[in-house]
Ligand binder design. Sequence first.
Ligand code: SAH
Length: 254
Amino acid sequence: MGKVYLVGAGPGDPELLTLKAIRVLTKADVILYDRLVSEEILNYAKPDCRLVYVGKEDGKHTLPQEEINRLLVYYASAYEKVVRLKGGDPFVFGRGGEEALYLKEHGVPYEVVPGVSSVYAVPAYAGIPLTFRGIASSFAVVTGHECTGKEKRVDWRSFRGIDTLVVLMGVKNRQRIAKELLDAGRNPEEPVAFIERGTTREQRVVVSTLREVASEPPEVKPPAVMVVGEVVRLREEIGRLLENLRELEGVYHA
Ligand code: SAH
């Protein structure tokens, strides 16, 4: 029986991979990867490594989670080192927890390799700190996916007292989310940033307000991180500084 490594690939920029992730990737016999994993990262695989795509194609659905779980057990029975590579951190909305449980139930040894999450890294590349002395002393992370229909599980009122709100998977429901937050009593003039494809060369930032997003939501394409809070205003100054730095260092632009 082989071992499965649940590995975080970081938010996009390959330089945000951890040393541990690179070590595990270069030794893997099989890598099962997601849509949010950039191709440059797969270059760390050895030449005879088997690459298995289990992510979402445009419009089509992801392989059902149950299917991915079974594949992991199958590959672990056939190969020594199996990597399940996920965008960001495997335990932040990555269903890594479910995979770990399934592997445990099936007697497959596994290890978790945490990754740099898009939660804070994507805002950081856009010049937005999630906390800032005197402006924001708390932040919460929530999925925007579960705010309608049968999946309605998020109580938006509970975020009223949280300074900065980070919404993942929120693009489709952005208007609805903004409305919920206004209903919950948040300030309509509160700034909102959407950061598309953060930390990659295609990074794009759209800044708006809760009022605007609730009435006429701006064009945004997924994947994007939505940040709600006064810290978004810091972007102008911090963002400019970052751009200068990155130009000097030849890193991606904010
Ligand atoms: N485990 C991941 C999150 C998976 S949920 C992590 O820790 O980052 C997928 C959501 O993450 C996307 O819908 C988007 O909201 C966000 N996301 C991940 N990578 C991103 C990127 N490079 N740019 C913008 N948003 C990203």
